[in-house]
Structures are given as structure tokens and as C-alpha cells.
Design a protein around this ligand. Structure first.
Ligand code: SF4
Ligand SMILES: [Zn+2]
Ligand SMILES: [Zn+2]
Length: 308
């Protein structure tokens, strides 16, 4: 421990850090993740998914800082507008963050890609009383939309701000749903088996959400904090609450679950083996005949509105 006043205590390790050491430790964990998984090459074009929230702002800022080691690489922030009336301000945050960091920004939207907004989707869910929460539809559109955007800008990597909490939540969600295929695709760096999928990297995968939030808070950059009005009812929220309660009682639970599930389910294979084909409707990669987005839009009665 250095002689500066203590700023942060890590309950799971007992470390007591001053602010400067805390920031350095987070950045060092990000560098370790990049190097351990060989996430980046010197000349990579890196698309960074930027929502304006703490995780993506922390990731973008850390990657810009880390760019001194990858001088020939190029970082481009990409963002998708979901079309949520209450979240309009988000775009202002995204633009300000990229301006302050001197990063190019490329924007698209669900409306542009799929001819629907999340407001349309939520209205249709309410009318039809479909059993899935809005986040399920939003998640499949975001996952595919970010890949489309990253492909359009010829990115070599798609960087996502998923932290340790996100990853453990996803693992448990896939376990609850019995989705072994998706569980095996949770590696921090996945070399995709389809040429149409931009390889994803998750440099924050081993950093707890609380640490990322505190790190982001000290960057002096704007953070978009307004919670989405459609986000309260998902399985992820229930699992997050359960996990946080357990972590409080038994510090280290998240790390232990991550390590154990990784070993059991092999999400640490860096080469994906999923047999991908092209969606019969839109041509995007999918392991089935119709991709999850086209299936969702059809289920909600939007099938013919697809623009792609
Ligand atoms: S909370 Fe759910 S619906 Fe709202 S932006 Fe996030 S994933 Fe989409
Ligand atoms: Zn210190
Ligand atoms: Zn499709």
C-alpha cells in the first residue's frame, strides 16, 4: 500500500488502494486481459460499442489510453439508438464523450436497420401479451446491429464493455435456459467461425461492475445514468439481485462462479465452433434457418417491415 489516503477497499482481496493506485490497478487489469487473450493486433481497426453508460465510457477511455501501445490501430466508437423516448439524452452523452476523447463516432438505429423502435416493440408486446420481456428483443437487435455496424466500418474487432458481473449474469442466464451453445460463446475473445461476424473482445471481463463504475466516475467524462423504463422485468435483473446479495454475504462469489462455470462449460475456447449459415430472410449469420432478429420481428408482426 502506498502512503496516499485510502480510497477503495476490495472486499474479495482485502486490497486498500489510494485513488491513483485504484485507477492504475483497473488499467493494469485491462492490459492483462488484452495481453492474456491476445485481443488486439498492432494495426486493428477497433469498433467500440458505446452506449454512454459507465462500462462503455470506461472501456473507450481505457482503450484510447492504451492506444500508445498500438499506435497503428484505429478506434471508432459505434452506437445504436434503440428508439426509447425516455433515453433521448443518451446520444448527447455519447457525442460529448467521443468529442472529449477525440474519437470518431458512427451512429445507427433500430429504426434505420429494422424499421422499428423499442417503443413500437413494447407497444406490440403489450397488445399481444407475448411472454418475453422487452430486453429479450432489444438484446437480439443490439447484438446483430452492432455486428452490422462494425462490419460496415471494416472493423477487425468489436470491443464490448461487458464487466465481470455482466459475464456471470449471462452465464447463469444461459444455465437457467439450458442454452449450452450460447454459454460456450462467452469467451473474452471469440475468434468467430463466420467471416460475417466481427470477432468480439471484452477487455473488462474480469473487473467487477462496482470497480468499473468507480473508475468511470473518476474519468471526468459525462456518463448516461438514466435507467431504461423497459428494463425492470428481465431475468437478468433477478439474477443480478441474487448475485449481488450473495457477493455481499460471500465476497468473491462472482469470481468463483466465473472461474467454475468457465471450466465446466469451456467458454474459454477462443475459437467458436458454432456452424453458422445465412438467415433465409436477411442474410445475416445465424445457427438456424432464420436469425433471432427476423424471428422476433415476425413473432411481433413486424416481419415485412425489415429493411435489410
Ligand atoms: S434495459 Fe432492456 S430494453 Fe432498455 S435498453 Fe437495455 S436491453 Fe434495451
Ligand atoms: Zn496509492
Ligand atoms: Zn434475419
Amino acid at each position: 500500500m502506498c502512503s496516499q489516503p485510502s480510497f477503495f477497499t476490495r472486499p474479495y482481496s482485502g486490497e486498500v488502494l489510494c485513488e491513483q493506485c485504484f485507477r492504475a490497478s483497473v488499467e493494469s487489469k485491462i492490459r492483462e486481459a488484452i495481453s492474456k487473450w491476445q485481443m488486439l493486433q498492432r494495426t486493428d481497426r477497433i469498433a467500440v460499442a458505446l452506449s454512454g453508460g459507465k462500462d462503455s465510457v470506461a472501456l473507450l477511455s481505457a482503450l484510447v489510453k492504451n492506444q500508445q501501445r498500438f499506435l497503428e490501430s484505429k478506434i471508432i466508437a459505434i452506437t445504436l439508438e434503440e428508439g426509447i423516448a425516455a433515453a433521448k439524452e443518451r446520444m448527447l452523452t455519447v457525442k460529448t464523450v467521443t468529442q472529449l476523447l477525440g474519437v470518431e463516432l458512427v451512429v445507427s438505429s433500430y429504426e434505420e436497420l429494422y424499421s422499428v423502435t423499442m417503443e413500437d416493440v413494447v407497444e406490440r408486446i403489450r397488445e399481444t401479451k407475448f411472454p418475453y420481456a422487452p430486453c429479450v428483443y432489444c438484446g437480439v437487435m443490439r447484438r446483430q446491429g452492432l455486428n452490422i455496424l462494425a462490419s460496415q466500418i471494416n472493423a477487425d474487432k468489436l470491443a464490448l464493455g461487458h464487466n465481470l458481473d455482466d459475464e456471470v449474469q449471462s452465464m447463469l442466464m444461459n444455465l437457467v435456459r439450458g442454452d449450452v451453445q450460447r454459454l460456450s460463446r462467452l469467451a473474452p475473445f471469440l475468434q468467430e467461425s463466420s467471416a460475417k461476424l466481427v470477432p468480439r473482445i471484452k477487455p473488462l471481463y474480469h473487473i467487477p461492475e462496482k470497480d468499473v463504475a468507480l473508475y468511470a466516475d473518476k474519468l471526468g467524462l459525462p456518463i448516461y445514468e438514466c435507467p431504461c423504463p423497459f428494463g425492470g422485468e428481465s431475468l437478468r435483473t433477478e439474477i443480478r439481485q441474487w448475485l449481488n446479495a450473495f457477493e455481499e454475504l460471500h465476497p468473491g462469489t462472482k469470481y468463483n462462479l466465473y472461474a467454475t462455470i468457465s471450466r465446466l462449460a469451456s467458454p474459454h475456447q477462443s475459437q467458436d465452433t458454432t456452424p453458422f449459415r445465412e438467415c433465409n430472410i436477411c442474410g445475416e449469420p445465424t445457427s438456424r434457418s432464420i436469425c433471432a432478429v427476423c424471428e422476433s420481428l415476425q413473432r411481433l408482426g413486424f416481419g415485412t417491415k425489415r429493411k435489410l
